[in-house]
Design a protein around this ligand. Structure first.
Ligand code: MD6
Ligand code: FE
Length: 219
């Protein structure tokens, strides 16, 4: 058996597929796969004190995706608008703190994508069941739009819709699986995007669910 340069490099640096999506956005395939089980356990724990709930948009529609947050601020919507709040409107208590492994994952993924020193203060947690979807939107409620967003997919696969700077136009469809991480910022930070209706399925980690974490610097 010979031990070549390839073997040496692969033990120095674990195999990591980095797929550029467009200028400013990269897909890190499987970046969080080994940590997925721990992440799901931490999410279940957070959801015990800040339950997933279906929020209402300013237009009066109840979202099919259920949401909760952890960190110093949490994204909320109600009839008065979209915003970040330091406390959970449902309980009046501060959002649960962001677990250290969450912060570390976000920092490492951002760095792997070329954004060093990412310090998220908010983590929005989205819960999808088969048939639920997230319509095209832009994330623009964060104060510092130069910071990227790190997005972690867990459980059932989804089709991410990656649009353009205006709401019209046919979006690209990108398949995301459990453990995939997308980092995006720069010129793409204000691009329209969404998630197609989740297909029926069963995943060993989450059952009939997909959970997405998005880490943001909101304040
Ligand atoms: C989702 N993600 O994947 C929804 N937003 O469930 C988002 O809306 C999103 O993945 C901003 C940046 C990255 C994202
Ligand atoms: Fe978004």
């Amino acid at each position: 058996m010979s031990f070549g340069l390839g073997d040496l490099l692969s033990c120095l640096e674990p195999a990591q597929a980095i797929e550029p999506i467009a200028a400013g956005a990269v897909l890190l395939r499987g970046f969080a796969r080994e940590r997925a089980r721990c992440l799901v356990a931490a999410i279940d724990e957070i959801a015990r004190s800040a339950p997933f709930r279906n929020m209402v948009t300013p237009g009066g529609f109840r979202m099919s995706v259920a949401m909760t947050n952890c960190g110093r601020a949490g994204w909320v919507t109600d009839r008065t608008g979209y915003r970040y709040e330091p406390a959970d409107p449902m309980t009046g208590r501060p959002w649960p703190p962001m677990p250290r492994p969450f912060r570390r994952l976000a920092l490492e993924a951002a760095a792997a994508a070329g954004y060093t020193g990412f310090g998220p203060d908010a983590c929005l947690m989205n819960l999808y069941e088969p048939g639920t979807r997230l319509s095209l939107h832009r994330d623009e409620n964060e104060r510092d739009l130069t910071a990227p967003i790190v997005s972690v997919s867990l459980g059932l696969p989804a089709v991410f819709l990656f649009g353009s700077h205006n709401r019209g136009g046919r979006p690209r469809r990108i398949g995301l699986e459990s453990g995939d991480v997308v980092v995006w910022g720069g010129p793409l930070r204000l691009v329209y995007h969404g998630v197609a209706p989740l297909a029926e399925g069963e995943h060993p980690l989450t059952g009939r669910r997909r959970i997405n974490l998005t880490f943001r610097k909101a304040l």
